[in-house]
Write a protein that binds this ligand. Structure first.
Ligand code: DX5
Ligand code: ZN
Length: 221
């Protein structure tokens, strides 16, 4: 079954707790939390303090997407705040291995993300250290952008490599995901769909999540 990780970026920022309760009530598998620093990406969103405040409000795994420079410096704070999965960008760090090790040593699952312009090769040497590969399907920084279809090839290539190496790595996609692009990503090999606008803007979020979860993926998924 495809996992659905609605992005809190599309929730009302003044009522994040209610947004979290809504996506949980609608059957989400994870809550995707976008952390932006205004340096790696132009926008600034939320930090560890908010993650910590949200933690007691939900039983859902927190899928924390760090779009920040020097993630290694902040990983301990996000672990302590209650993150279950922490994803760092390969573009932000020269010590990717240290960041991934710190995440796993802290008891969370480790993810690495690549921007639309970053080749898959940049992350392939680290696949063995990953629980999740996040293929960005828009340039990170803002919700509501259009899906970049050239990223589909990276998803299918990543899926092939993961299977060749007999690894258990989730492939998540993030940016411009809706019922059409989401289906195409799952068919290419994605196992997690992260989405803001299309889920929070849906007439019936629960029905939308149910629909997406049923997209036919790879055998046994
Ligand atoms: C973008 C963020 C995404 C964002 C997706 O930089 O990483 O998680 O919330 O928003 P949509 O689904 O609206 O493209
Ligand atoms: Zn994200």
């Amino acid at each position: 079954m495809t996992k659905i990780s609605p992005s809190m970026l599309s929730a009302d920022a003044a009522r994040l707790g209610e947004g979290l309760a809504r996506l949980e009530a609608c059957g989400a598998d994870w809550a995707h939390i976008d952390v932006m620093d205004g340096v790696f990406v132009p926008n600034i969103t939320i930090g560890q303090h908010v993650v910590r405040s949200l933690r007691p409000l939900s039983d859902l795994p927190f899928d924390v997407h760090l779009m920040i420079v020097n993630p290694l410096k902040h990983v301990p704070d996000f672990l302590d705040a209650g993150s279950d999965l922490i994803t760092v960008h390969v573009e932000t760090t020269e010590n990717l291995e240290d960041s991934l090790a710190a995440i796993r040593d802290g008891g969370a699952k480790a993810g690495a993300s690549i921007n639309p312009g970053t080749p898959l090769d940049a992350v392939l040497p680290y696949l063995e250290m990953l629980d999740l590969l996040l293929v960005m399907t828009v340039q990170p920084g803002f919700g509501g952008q259009a899906f970049q279809p050239h990223c589909l090839e990276k998803i299918s290539h990543a899926r092939r490599v993961i299977e060749e190496r007999s690894l258990e790595v989730e492939i998540s996609v993030d940016g411009g995901i809706n019922r059409d692009t989401g289906r195409r990503c799952v068919e290419a090999g994605a196992t997690v769909l992260a989405a803001g606008s299309a889920l929070f803007g849906a007439e019936d979020m629960a029905a939308e999540i149910e629909l997406w979860r049923g997209f036919g993926g790879r055998e046994g998924a």
